[in-house]
Design a protein around this ligand. Structure first.
Ligand code: PGA
Length: 253
């Protein structure tokens, strides 16, 4: 097995007021105290970040934003910047989630600018890539993932590449209950690691964490984590259920 520390990340999306977030974290923490050899992260909505940061004090659970703007400040109504996330207690930020790309029209190039902004503020970007069902059926999965990954990484300095976490999330698997098979995921993860070798060298590629996301549940996490290039999971729906998320964190590989 690889030396990479596995990371289980919960993406709460547009769920939880600050009070609901506190209830969720308070229920979760006692169930994951024994998860020592893996990293755990939660990404609440912006309005719950400071509450969750407070609840997490003294625990090793990491905090992430779900999105950011690429400028540090300015006249960008409704946006939140990397320094603001860092000041709210975040160490990570999700960038280029498929819901941002497909529901809000975020192009590849913007994903790269956002990843660069995150790194400037000392945040580790979790860059999401993944094909739609039509793209998979057309046989262009690897092409799409290659294009998205290159675009996101092109904007980064070499030192920044070491900080990036990638998440392969096939769009057809997100929120659908239709998980990629461990083999389908492994194929794409291996291709992404191959691309990282080309772009950043073998040391960076070997150390980079590549998460899988898309309908990860307690009953499929173990098989996914047995694949050599799957270094964790980005979990949506199941991260809102403390018992389910805790079981995913405590996966058996
Ligand atoms: P899901 O979402 O686990 O609900 O499929 C995953 C994600 O969007 O990151």
């Amino acid at each position: 097995m690889s030396q990479r520390t596995r990371l289980i990340a919960g993406n709460w999306k547009m769920h939880c007021t600050a009070d609901e977030a506190r209830t969720l974290v308070d229920a979760l923490l006692p169930q994951i105290v024994d998860a020592g050899d893996r990293d755990v992260l939660v990404a609440p909505p912006f309005t719950a970040l400071s509450t969750v940061a407070e609840c997490l004090r003294g625990s090793s659970v990491l905090l992430a934003g779900q999105n950011l703007h690429w400028e540090d400040r300015g006249a960008f109504t409704g946006e939140v910047s990397a320094p603001m996330l860092a000041a709210a207690g975040c160490s990570h930020v999700i960038v280029g989630h498929s819901e941002r790309r497909h529901l809000f029209g975020e192009p590849d190039e913007v994903v790269g600018r956002k990843a660069a902004a995150a790194l400037r503020a000392g945040l580790r970007p979790i860059v999401c890539v993944g094909e739609t069902l039509a793209e998979r059926e057309a046989g262009t999965t690897l092409e799409v993932v290659d294009r998205q990954t290159r675009a996101a990484l092109a904007a980064l300095e070499p030192a920044g590449l070491e900080q990036v976490i990638l998440a392969y999330e096939p769009v057809w698997a997100i929120g659908t209950g239709q998980v990629a098979t461990p083999e389908q995921a492994q194929d794409v993860h291996a291709a992404i690691r191959g691309l990282l070798t080309l772009l950043a060298g073998s040391r960076v590629a070997a150390g980079a964490r590549i998460l899988y996301g898309g309908s990860v549940k307690p009953d499929n996490i173990d098989a996914l984590m047995r694949q050599p290039d799957l270094d964790g999971a980005l979990v949506g729906g199941a991260s809102l259920q403390p018992a389910d998320f805790a079981r995913i964190v405590r996966f058996a590989a």
